[in-house]
Write a protein that binds this ligand. Structure first.
Ligand code: ADE
Length: 264
């Protein structure tokens, strides 16, 4: 993917911190109540930003990255609650498609359909997603150096973290009861994870025909202990993951090769 300028959106400050530490010639621009940090990351021009929580915050930030800051590709890193069987805390999940689980304009439009698009599922860019997937697999391969120290791994039961790829669902709700996560699993059996921003980023990127990819680290299982697991995980783990993953993506040469821009 040989974009001229990548927007890198993080959901939480701890994730962005690791990337900020690697950024060269950083320059901060305040726009629309957010701080956008421009600079060079491993040889590529990037803009780093924290979008905040929820679909509106994510959509507004994505629009600014594209329209105001001229980003021509986007990467999103964040955490999510696991829904799918075998999607465990510490695993990485990469989006193939994204859907808004709380969008319901029935009877005017089918459930989950974004009015006037004819779409319920929004696709991530295939080429960029393939590269992110390859980087994630290398990072979590049994041969790779563990990202997290042994004590933290034990505390979270992170034995052999896996990489998954598939449907990610987004909505303006933190899912923190077993009843709510069961309801989501029942309504959307293919959903691997639930989070609060991704599908909004996907919709705006489609509007502007800008390629994007999204990766989530599982912080909780979207059940009754989700809020406790989420807080502990963010502190102990989140900052290591996104820096290591994006560094792998760039250093493996996966980002600068010419990519097939199909699948936007
Ligand atoms: N992000 C991380 N965990 C989540 C959850 N349980 N629900 C929604 N968004 C999340």
């Amino acid at each position: 993917m040989n974009a001229a300028r990548f927007g890198i959106v993080s959901a939480i400050a701890q994730e962005q911190q690791g990337l900020l530490e690697c950024l060269q010639q950083p320059r901060c621009v305040r726009h629309g109540s957010r701080d956008y940090t421009l600079g060079t990351l491993w040889g590529s021009e990037v803009v780093l930003v924290l979008c905040g929580i929820g679909k509106v915050a994510a959509a507004a930030t994505t629009t600014s990255l594209i329209v105001e800051f001229g980003c021509d590709a986007l990467l999103f890193t964040g955490v999510a609650g696991g829904l799918g069987d075998g999607v465990a805390v510490g695993d990485l999940v990469i989006a193939d498609t994204l859907l808004q689980h709380d969008l319901d304009a029935r009877p005017l439009y089918p459930q989950y359909e974004v009015p006037d698009t004819g779409l319920t599922h929004f696709a991530a860019n295939r080429a960029l997603t393939d590269r992110l997937h390859a980087a994630a697999q290398r990072l979590l391969s049994p041969q790779a150096e563990p990202l997290i120290d042994a004590q933290t791994r034990q505390a979270f039961g992170l034995h052999a973290p896996c990489v998954h790829r598939g449907l990610i669902v987004s909505g303006d709700r933190f899912i923190s009861t077993r009843a709510d996560s069961d309801a989501l699993r029942h309504a959307l059996p293919d959903a691997l994870v639930v989070e609060m921003e991704g599908a909004a980023v996907a919709q705006v990127c489609r509007d502007y025909d800008v390629p994007f990819a999204l990766v989530r680290t599982i912080s909780d299982r979207a059940d009754d202990t989700a809020h406790i697991d989420f807080g502990r995980f963010i502190h102990a783990v989140a900052s290591q993951y996104s820096r290591a993953l994006l560094s792998e993506l760039w250093h493996a040469g996966l980002i600068n090769e010419k990519a097939d821009p199909g699948g936007r």
